[in-house]
Design a protein. Structure first.
Length: 458
């Protein structure tokens, strides 16, 4: 009997295939992997307690596997197709991101696993952006871009047939798995030949470099893959030491004792040779799009924590600053208002935590009725472990995009994004990330309550 491949295994094949493909296409990505492996090994060697903590929480095994990628699509139909494919891979749209406000004419969601077991098995994410054609000011160029995008097909007939089989049958069979993954990976391959002439490309490029990147090619090439590092400042320094053209500064919050949310850096996008159709011949040109990114993940924040984070970030970005007062210094100054202590973060309900029994808690004698979580924590029967942030930050994403597209401007568009429009294109609702973190936290508390209730019953 031809059995189905588990969703986690299928996603693992996809993630590994994507990494191999991108490493072949962009050799400098392999250098990033080497840097990350070296930094992570050094951090774990120097901090055995962290190594043990990561092992205890399941973070250690996923660290070397972890990647996120990013793609940009041009139409609602393309986004809906990717949503169907990612669903087969156990990846679902989480969060709504309006990047137009930060000067990038897209809105986005992140396809990722949503339950803890799936995240431990393969925490692969694809940050997926939909081009907002209505933000192209030139109506003739907007119509031309729309015509080009409506005409292209990003999946083969065979790939579509395999997808439909998987949807109809409830999974991908072992005999189809390798071919299915190969067909899906083909969607994200690099195309060195444009589907528009060079003059049209230049007009798209002038409107916004991302418009050219999305609309001038046959498909939504993967534009970066991102491994996870434990010390992004060390990784940034190592990139510069090796002569890699890195971003000027790290996106996200400043360096802290207790890492929060997401910090990201990258090497700048490569200039690559492109062929443009010119009648019966081809014309040579260049295009800049693909880059390499590194990320460091901290803890997930509650809505209250995110509000404080946003306020601190606004403070860092706003107003006049003394000469020489650089980006990192402004961030550090602004984030003095944000607690950098686990107990304070927990007590002020700024971050999400998973509550787990310690060895002492498992061996504890029955306790009196009415014992509360603070009592369990004080007695060291229970440990509060920060829940890892699995999602993205729109301002950071826009900053990475801008630095690699070379737009040179952070001026936002007047138009606001629309979650409803993106959901209509997806054909499904996006999941609220706060609800996912809240569920993990509440589930851990419920399991503790059951344990201590059983202790009281004896």
């Amino acid at each position: 009997m031809n059995q189905f491949v588990t969703t986690d295994s299928l996603r693992g094949l996809f993630a590994a295939g994507m990494s191999d493909m991108y490493r072949h296409e962009v050799p400098l990505y392999g250098t990033l992997l080497d840097i990350v492996a070296h930094v992570n090994a050094t951090v774990l060697h120097n901090d055995p307690a962290l190594d043990q903590s990561l092992a205890d929480t399941g973070e250690r095994t996923r660290l070397d596997l972890e990647r996120h990628g990013a793609v940009r699509v041009g139409t609602a139909g393309e986004l809906a197709l990717l949503a169907r494919i990612f669903a087969v891979l156990g990846m679902y749209p989480v969060g709504y991101y309006d990047l137009a406000a930060a000067g990038v004419p897209v809105h986005s969601t992140a396809f990722r696993p949503v339950d803890e077991a799936a995240l431990r098995a393969c925490p692969f994410r694809i940050f997926t952006s939909l081009l907002r054609l209505e933000l192209i000011e030139d109506p003739a160029l907007r119509a031309q871009a729309q015509k080009v995008l409506q005409r292209r097909r990003i999946i083969s007939e065979r790939g579509l047939a395999l997808l439909e089989n998987a949807e109809r049958n409830g999974g991908v069979t072992e005999s189809d798995a390798q071919e299915f993954i190969a067909e899906v990976l083909a969607i994200f391959r690099w195309h060195s030949q444009a589907i528009v002439d060079i003059e049209t490309y230049r007009k798209m490029h002038a409107a916004h470099r991302l418009v050219a990147d999305v609309a001038a090619f046959q498909g939504p090439h993967i534009n970066h893959l991102t491994p996870r590092v434990l010390d992004i400042d060390a990784a940034q320094a190592e990139m510069l030491r090796r002569g890699i053209d890195a971003k000027d500064y790290i996106e996200g919050p400043p360096r802290r004792m207790e890492a929060i949310l997401l910090r990201q850096t990258s090497f700048k996008a490569l200039e690559e040779v492109i062929s443009f159709p010119d009648g019966a011949a081809m014309q040579r040109g260049t295009h800049t799009a693909r880059f390499g990114e590194i990320e460091q993940r901290g803890m997930a924040l509650t809505p209250e924590g995110r509000a404080l984070y946003d306020a601190c970030l606004h403070k860092a970005r706003a107003g006049a600053h003394p000469a020489g007062h650089d980006h990192d210094a402004r961030l550090r100054d602004a984030f003095r208002d944000f607690p950098d202590d686990l107990q304070a973060l927990r007590q002020q309900r700024l971050a999400y935590f998973r509550y787990v029994l310690t060895q002492k808690g498992k061996a504890a004698r029955p306790v009196a009725t009415g014992t509360t979580l603070p009592d369990w924590l004080a007695a060291r029967w229970v440990q509060a472990i920060p829940i890892t942030y699995e999602d993205f930050l729109p301002i950071s994403a826009a900053g990475i995009f801008r630095s690699n597209l070379g737009s040179g401007s952070s001026q936002g568009y007047d138009s606001q994004g629309s979650r409803a429009e993106l959901e209509a294109a997806l054909g499904r609702k996006v999941i609220d990330p706060f609800e996912l973190y809240e569920t993990i936290q509440e589930k851990s508390l419920e399991e503790l309550a059951v344990h201590f209730a059983a202790m009281q019953a004896h």
